[in-house]
Design a protein around this ligand. Structure first.
Ligand SMILES: C[S@@+](CC[C@H](N)C(=O)[O-])C[C@H]1O[C@@H](n2cnc3c(N)ncnc32)[C@H](O)[C@@H]1O
Length: 374
């Protein structure tokens, strides 16, 4: 089964930390949606498996779209792909866009999961991020979503915020826990070049990142949420009641997906391809049938590296049986390197499976890159 990702490149306002691709003017929404429908037609042969497990509207801020646009996109997808009632259809939403009327309408068009960009329950952090909502409106948005038909919810929070400490982060987690939501995505703040927050830090207007505090907040989250019945099933993701994000889990398990919209990436088991990160050029190319901008056939080494990168980040770990399907040299490199991480306490082994330990999780990217082959 496959997944479809749709990149909606609009936000009402730029957040101080964000360097994702989006625009703040909504003037092009109509030609953009027309282009998406075109792209669905152009790419219809890309996915070999036409049965869908998930559809994900990401951004940007997909909740800026009117529900009739969501409906047009979903209708077009349905012309080409099949899915049953268990499909997960997620919309990333900004708390500001969530009203009783909006939730009722998106439920009607088939959205059954929301990922709400709360980022923090602290008003001063929200101000630093340049968000347009405050803590109480975020809490209200979560309550409204549940009350009017969306029980399957994710909340995005950011830790490692300048000036935060273990206690202020725990307050965020306590508010999250009180809301009885089954899924949390927790991201360590990355200060990207050329973002407003990076300028503020450079000018000394905002404190810099404290890696030690960020690491403590990360391991505190694992301890606290696991004690509260959550599973830490991927480096940045926690779920209870088995409510793993089907769409993202699809990526981590190496399953196939089609990405639509500017800057979206796709993978069908053999080829990875991606669209241009420019809305005007994206609209022009879809008009001419000239997609994608980049295409790459994955070598065995690429496939192994991706398996290591994603597998290591999840609680399902790396399976030796899968590694043994690669060339002899790759298997040898893996076995030689993994043992030193086991000896140092970064990786644990259980029969054929390898997982990061709690300490290992702090260095996931570095460990993965040391296991890579070139
Ligand atoms: C592409 S954003 C879109 C979410 C949505 N538009 C919103 O309301 O924020 C997806 C998530 O990535 C995370 N994110 C984006 N930039 C980040 C950064 N520099 N550091 C950490 N997390 C970041 C945020 O938690 C955000 O909710």
């Amino acid at each position: 089964m496959s997944g479809i990702y749709i990149h909606i490149p609009y936000c009402r306002k730029k957040c101080s930390y964000c360097n994702f691709y989006f625009l703040v003017s909504m003037k092009t929404v109509k030609p953009f949606v027309d282009s998406l429908l075109n792209e669905i037609e152009i790419t219809k042969e890309y996915l070999i498996k036409k049965e869908l497990k998930s559809i994900y509207f990401g951004g940007g801020t997909p909740s800026v779209l009117q529900t009739n646009d969501l409906q047009r996109i979903l209708n077009k997808i349905e012309e080409i792909y099949t899915y049953n009632n268990n499909i997960e259809i997620t919309l990333e939403a900004n708390p500001d866009d969530i009203t009783e009327a909006y939730i009722k309408k998106i439920v009607e068009v088939g959205i059954n999961r929301l990922s709400i960009g709360v980022q923090s329950f602290s008003d001063s952090e929200l101000k630093l991020f340049g968000r347009t909502h405050d803590s109480s409106s975020a809490i209200n948005a979560i309550k409204i979503s549940k009350e009017y038909g969306i029980e399957n919810l994710n909340i995005d929070l950011i830790f490692g915020v300048p000036g935060s400490d273990r206690l202020s982060w725990k307050k965020n987690l306590d508010i999250f826990l009180d809301l009885n939501v089954d899924h949390l995505s927790c991201y360590n703040l990355t200060v990207e070049n050329k973002t407003a927050i990076s300028h503020q830090i450079k000018k000394g207007l905002v404190k810099g990142i404290n890696d030690e505090i960020s690491s403590e907040q990360f391991t505190d989250t694992i301890d606290y949420l696991c004690e509260m019945g959550f599973e830490h099933y991927e480096i940045s993701n926690y779920a209870k009641n088995g409510r793993y994000a089907i769409h993202n889990t699809n990526y981590w398990k190496g399953e196939h997906y089609l990405g639509l919209g500017p800057s979206a990436h796709s993978y069908n088991g053999e080829y990875r391809q991606w669209n241009i990160s420019n809305l005007r050029q994206y609209i022009q190319s879809t008009g001419k049938g000239n997609l994608p901008i980049g295409l790459e056939k994955l070598s065995n080494s690429d496939k192994y590296n991706e398996y290591i990168m994603t597998g290591l980040r999840t609680m399902w770990g790396i399976d030796l049986k899968h590694i043994l399907q690669f060339d002899k040299e790759i298997v040898q490199t893996f076995l030689e390197n993994i043992n030193s991480f086991i000896d140092n306490g970064y990786v644990a082994q259980n029969n054929d499976k390898y997982f990061l330990t709690k300490t290992g999780k702090l260095f996931a990217d570095r460990i993965a890159s040391e296991l890579f082959v070139s």
